[in-house]
Design a protein around this ligand. Structure first.
Ligand SMILES: [Zn+2]
Length: 487
């Protein structure tokens, strides 16, 4: 009967997700057990038994116990806050199954490894200040990967999947080399700026940093500040435990008292976690000062990306000589690579029926918005606001937010009109280089930065890590570019 039916074999994704669920239970429990053990060593063995009971040093014993809990409390509070947010790290909503209509059937070899091609929607499942959509559980099955038929979309043969208005309503957004928002073939949705697809989760996460076994989940936009607080407090706490153990182990040895194995275990745990948590804290703060995630930081110096920048209808691009290729290779000269890649006008294919001759093309609509497609220089971070502002955007605008694990990061607020995240000065410099803006000061600063970028660059020919593999791009962008320049 049905009891004899064989269950289908689990996919790799299911196995990874099952392993993650196991990790999410075991590791936090292990961490809590270690802290409980350290509490017993410091409070009972050192404070109560050694200092108060045997040494009759009540003041020292009470001081050690009180200080221990002073250091323990903020770590425990931040860890609890972190655990509360782990189920909602900033998931991007999955696309509707109907979104598959304008896309090609899944490829025979799904590009599972390509985390750059992911999803989008400004609707974020975080349970807090984004919307009230409840997070969906991870996909139970290996998802099929769809690839946009970009050629058909750009030519008007197919309408784009829904949701592009969330991007072209802004002034700047991250895009592929066609000017389309980046597509997540697994989530079947457009991918918001700065989001990454976590293959272990089967979901896109805003500003995904990493999967953290210590908290049993993903660290992303919604909890990166709590992660930094937890690591910092844990490092200080472990340092305190290590120092206490070192002092009284040294004292006991000088008095000829026997050392228990628990004392040795206590100082060992203190030293290990001081290095580990302290290292994680310093690394995370360092990345936060640069407004980069751990994923962003991989190959950051060589990475280029495309951004779509809204062109003011009254503005014309400053004329400058162009090469026949989209990228101007000028090694050894003062000129940097030309970021200009072409233009794209939204809404795409606004006609309900592309074959209809009664509907005006969208390019003639007064509501159309034309964007320049700009290719960033290697290592450029459009969201780099400067170290202090970067730090504030993550840890909070007030100094007490830096220490209290209560409020989400200011960067979680996506109500900005110009872009999803606050843009740094490099975007303006890029516009200057593209002829979309003129500023002698910005241009001079931009050239200095480009020379610095070239210094770090090793291979300038194959740097477009973010770009998709669509082969029809050059023709489209080239046509758009010519039409724009002829205006
Ligand atoms: Zn995704």
């Amino acid at each position: 009967m049905s009891q004899c039916q064989q269950r289908p074999p689990k996919s790799q994704l299911e196995n990874r997700q099952a392993a993650n669920r196991t990790t999410a239970v075991i590791v936090p429990a292990l961490l809590i057990g270690i802290v409980g053990y350290a509490t017993w060593i410091v409070v009972v063995l050192i404070g109560a038994n050694y200092l108060i009971k045997h040494q009759s040093r009540n003041g020292a014993g009470i001081a050690v116990i009180v200080l221990y809990f002073i250091f323990l409390f903020p770590m425990a509070a931040s860890y609890l806050r972190l655990l509360m947010t782990v189920p909602h790290p900033g998931y991007v909503e999955r696309g509707s199954p109907t979104a598959a209509t304008p896309v090609k059937p899944p490829q025979e070899t799904p590009p599972q490894h390509n985390v750059q091609a992911s999803c989008t929607s400004t609707k974020v499942q975080d349970g807090t200040n984004q919307n009230n959509t409840k997070p969906r559980p991870a996909a139970p099955q290996e998802p099929s990967v769809t690839v946009l038929d970009t050629k058909a979309i750009l030519s008007g043969e197919l309408p784009p999947p829904p949701g592009t208005e969330c991007f072209y309503s802004k002034e700047v957004f991250a895009c592929d080399q066609n000017g389309l928002p980046i597509w997540c073939g697994t989530c079947n949705n457009w991918k918001p700026d700065r989001s990454h697809h976590g293959s272990d989760l089967g979901r896109c996460v805003l500003k995904m940093d990493h999967f953290c076994p210590w908290v049993g989940g993903v660290v992303g936009e919604q909890n990166f500040n709590f992660f930094i607080q937890f690591c910092s407090y844990a490092g200080v706490y472990a340092l305190f435990v290590m120092i206490v153990m070192a002092v009284f182990i040294s004292e006991a040895r000088s008095r000829g008292n026997p050392l228990g194995g628990n004392w040795i275990a206590g100082i060992t745990l203190g030293a290990v976690f001081t290095l580990f948590a302290g290292g994680m804290s310093l690394t995370s703060i360092s990345l936060g000062l640069k407004n980069l995630t751990t994923i962003d930081n991989i190959g950051h110096q060589r990475r280029v990306m495309h951004i779509a920048v809204l062109i003011d209808p009254m503005q014309q691009r400053q004329p400058r000589p162009m090469s026949t290729d989209h990228v101007k290779h000028t090694h050894g000269s003062e000129e940097s690579e030309d970021p200009w890649q072409g233009t794209i006008t939204y809404p795409l294919n606004a006609m309900p029926d592309a074959s209809s001759e009664t509907t005006l093309p969208p390019r003639t609509s007064s509501a159309s918005r034309t964007f320049a497609i700009l290719r960033t220089h290697p290592g450029m971070n459009p969201w780099n606001l400067g170290a202090f502002r970067n730090f504030e955007s993550i840890m909070g605008d007030h100094w007490y937010d830096w220490f209290l694990p209560l409020r989400h990061s200011p960067c979680c607020n996506h109500d900005r009109g110009d872009s999803m995240y606050e843009l740094g000065p490099d975007v303006e410099r890029l516009k200057v280089d593209a002829g979309l803006s003129s500023s002698s000061k910005s241009r001079a600063s931009s050239r200095r930065r480009h020379r610095k970028h070239r210094h770090h660059r090793e291979d300038s020919e194959d740097m477009d890590i973010m770009g998709s593999t669509l082969a029809n791009v050059n023709g489209v962008t080239g046509r758009e570019r010519n039409s724009f320049e002829s205006v």
